[in-house]
Design a protein. Structure first.
Lengths: 530, 258
């Protein structure tokens, strides 16, 4: 008896792993000419609009029709490489080597202007100003490497409404004793230098001292300028509302009264030198309004300006990437079509027959789409930022210094922003199966909140910040290169270019939307007939 | 021609999606306008505020849904192959586009009129609660006021022109995803670019050329002098975009195989 062997095909069984699925989806992606062209268009439009923005944003002034255009000046740079404002009244003496200075502050008063920068011609520079101290008006003691703008420093100060603070090198700020200063409740401040280290102390009575902070000022020269200072940042009130806004403000003046000045170390016997440190761009009163008086061991110092990170800057990196929106619209259209085209052509039935595990199909599509978009976005951002900044620089715009890490954050973040938006498009396309509805939902969901939040005067500030926290538009925070500082007297609003969330937290909000849409799409893809 | 319009009306009427989309357009327009009016915070009458523009903020969102309706009227026929039947029945192709334009503008005008009317009424009610009334020196938000009537009627026309613009783009590019992408890009990109380009000449030209920014000047009732165009000129810019898109759509429809 013979046994018949059943027929077996000569062909080997194909593997159906995830790698094969990826290859299948990649083949679909690269062989649809429109999608490849669309990705190229997305890349080119980002670069092109970045160049257009850079080429048409002049900054500078021209004295006459034939005079050369003077570029806008750049603010001074602090020890950490960031732009700073360094403008105050300094009563100083050179301190050689280690030593300390101790003072008692008995009052801090101020004046502010609500009518712009300068008073009437010929009048006193403080004429017409209103008495009142600003929250970040400050007076105290300071050790500064030199009187050069942006030089390293450490200072102990009393402030208008933030108590005693120790601040150093513009970006660092540590709180000391709370409360406002007055004759009845005076504050004692002390700075001690030991090598590169400066330590700040405060005390309510000159007997019991508390250490507030320790600053290491690298490269502090052996002889540092040390003494008393006063500064007061510009006053401004912005009323933003629907359909319009108004702002008023002007320079301010702070006056601190000091006594019980005592010093240790190698101090010269010479008199104190009073100097108004002033930058070209600061909102500060003229030198004649500032000054100091000395009566024995009692000093009164009046100063205007601020020692802090610079504000009112233009984020030129973000500005060059304005074309990201156009690129985003293109990649969302591609992302949606990557799935809706399969439904339209009936291809989805072949795809799902070949790979019955539907979740893996959606996963493979998401991976292929995200990888292709990420690559295009990476190239676009890496080309656009240097190109746009070069053009902005040629047009006289000062370019804020950006660390390599921040630069990388923006380039990788922009690529990720585009990739995640495309995947969101894919997920919503799977949910709705209709191209027009899906494209509109995603684009309107991302672009409209951004537009409503960042164009000033459409929504109140609270609503603007709320929109940039919860909507997918939060992802654009990843393109921001400026930090927000607590010790700066400015309003950080979306209208002035500040997002309420940190860069990566903003991107995480967009990722959460994409993940939620993807999970829902997966659920429905499994349940519904194709 | 009446038959062609009737045929198009039947197609639009019998699609289940159209009604829902138009309902959503009206509801979102009213909801966003009411939310904007309700969120006004104005310290003691100290802010410059355009009550009509605030109550009609919802048009920003409503226009996107009107665009979907208009795009699907054309692109839907291409995706199902219906277009070949339509063109076989009406060989004079421009008539098909004209009939679609007539039907789409009619339904948009009707939807827009309801949405805008309710928005203005709701806006007046909510803004009044926040003290934004004529008694406090603001523009009175009633249709008896000439400029508010212009803003309201203009917003209805704005929505109809957006629909015609989208219809033209859809006829030119055919695919619905690409068509809606092009429409939204042209609407949203100009305001974003004009917010970053600081060169005064370019900034002004971008605002004057933008279909959305210029078109929405029709909603302005206060500080008209600060606008780079008058309200009706602004709506004219959008009308020119719509006419251009319709012309492009008609030419593609006439000279390209369906």
């Amino acid at each position: 008896m013979t046994t018949l062997a059943p027929y077996r095909s000569e062909l080997h069984t194909g593997r159906d792993g995830f790698a094969q699925l990826l290859r299948a989806e990649w083949t679909k992606f690269r062989t649809v000419r429109g999608w490849v062209i669309g990705m190229a268009v997305a890349l080119l439009v980002i670069v092109g609009l970045g160049a257009l923005t850079g080429a048409n944003s002049e900054c500078g002034s021209q004295m006459g029709p034939n005079a050369p255009v003077l570029a806008c000046p750049a603010p001074p740079t602090g020890p950490g490489g960031e732009w700073v404002t360094d403008s105050f009244y300094f009563v100083r003496q050179p301190l050689a080597g280690d030593g300390s200075i101790t003072v008692r502050v008995t009052s801090l008063t101020g004046l502010y202007s609500t009518h712009g920068a300068s008073a009437a011609e010929g009048g006193s520079p403080t004429a017409g100003m209103t008495p009142g101290v600003q929250p970040w008006s400050k007076a105290g003691i300071i050790i500064k490497a030199s009187t050069r703008q942006g030089a390293a420093y450490a200072a102990m100060m009393v402030t208008g409404s933030h108590g005693v603070r120790m601040q150093w090198d513009f970006t660092h700020d540590v709180a000391g004793e709370a409360g406002t200063v007055s004759a009845a409740s005076s504050r004692w401040l002390r700075l001690t230098r030991s090598g590169d280290t400066v330590t700040g102390y405060d005390s309510p009575d000159g007997a019991h001292w508390t250490m507030v902070g320790t600053a290491t000022l690298t490269g502090l020269p052996s002889t540092a300028q040390t003494g008393l200072f006063a500064a007061s940042p510009g006053y401004s009130v912005n009323t933003t509302s629907l359909g319009g806004g108004s702002s008023k403000g002007g320079p301010t003046l702070a006056t601190g009264t000091f006594d019980q000045v005592s010093r240790q170390g190698a101090w010269p016997a010479a008199r104190w030198t009073g100097q108004d440190l002033q930058g070209t761009m600061d909102l500060a009163l003229s030198a004649s309004a500032q000054g100091f008086t000395q009566a024995g061991n009692r000093f009164t110092v009046s100063g205007s300006g601020d020692i802090a990170p610079a504000t009112d800057n233009t984020d030129s990196v973000k500005k060059t990437l304005a074309g990201t929106f156009a690129g985003l619209i293109a990649v969302v259209v591609i992302g949606v079509m990557f799935i809706t085209a399969e439904y339209r052509r009936g291809m989805i039935r072949t795809t799902l027959a070949a790979s019955p595990r539907r979740g893996r199909v959606l996963g493979a599509k998401a991976v292929v789409l995200a990888a292709a978009t990420f690559a295009a976005g990476l190239v676009a951002a890496a080309v656009t930022i240097p190109l746009g900044e070069h053009l902005l620089h040629q047009n006289g715009n000062p370019i804020p210094p950006v660390t390599a890490l921040t630069w990388l954050q923006v380039v990788v973040g922009t690529a990720a922003l585009l990739a995640v938006s495309a995947v969101l498009g894919l997920a919503v396309g799977t949910l709705l199966r209709r191209s027009a509805g899906a494209v509109t939902a995603v684009i309107v969901g991302i672009v409209l909140p951004y537009l409503l939040a960042t164009v000033p005067g459409i929504l109140p500030v609270g609503a603007e910040q709320w929109l940039l926290r919860v909507t997918p538009a939060a992802g654009f925070a990843v393109q921001q290169t400026f930090k927000q500082y607590l010790q700066v007297n400015t309003v950080y609003t979306p209208g002035t270019g500040y997002f309420p969330l940190s860069p990566w937290a903003g991107l995480a909000v967009l990722c959460a939307w994409a993940a939620a849409a993807l999970v829902l799409a997966l659920f429905l893809l499994r349940r519904r007939d194709a | 021609m009446t038959d062609v319009v009737h045929a198009e009306w039947t197609k639009v009427r019998t699609l289940p999606g159209t009604g829902w989309l138009l309902l959503a357009a009206a509801a979102l327009t009213v909801a966003v306008g009411a939310a904007a009016a309700n969120s006004v915070t104005c310290p003691a009458g100290g802010c410059q505020l355009d009550p009509a523009k605030v109550s009609l903020t919802g048009v920003d969102l409503g226009q996107a849904i009107v665009a979907i309706v208009a795009v699907t009227v054309v692109s839907g026929e291409y995706s199902t192959g219906m277009i070949r039947l339509t063109l076989a029945a009406t060989p004079r192709r421009w008539r098909v586009l004209a009939a679609k334009a007539a039907v789409v503008s009619a339904v948009t005008l009707a939807t827009g009129a309801v949405a805008v009317l309710v928005s203005v009424l709701a806006g007046g009610l909510l803004l009044g609660r926040h003290g934004i009334t004529a008694a406090h020196g603001y523009e009175a938000l009633s249709l008896g006021n000439g400029s508010v009537l212009r803003a309201a009627a203009g917003s209805v026309l704005y929505l109809a022109l957006i629909a015609l613009f989208s219809l033209g783009v859809a006829a030119a590019v055919r695919d619905s995803a690409v068509a809606i992408g092009v429409v939204l890009a042209l609407l949203f990109l100009f305001p974003i670019l004009s917010s970053v380009i600081t060169s005064p000449g370019w900034h002004r030209h971008l605002e004057q050329l933008s279909p959305m920014t210029a078109g929405l000047y029709i909603q302005a009732t206060t500080s008209l002098r600060s606008l780079p165009l008058t309200p009706w000129q602004g709506l004219g810019v959008l009308a020119a975009w719509a006419a251009g898109a319709m012309l492009a759509g008609a030419l593609v429809l006439r000279f390209r195989d369906a």
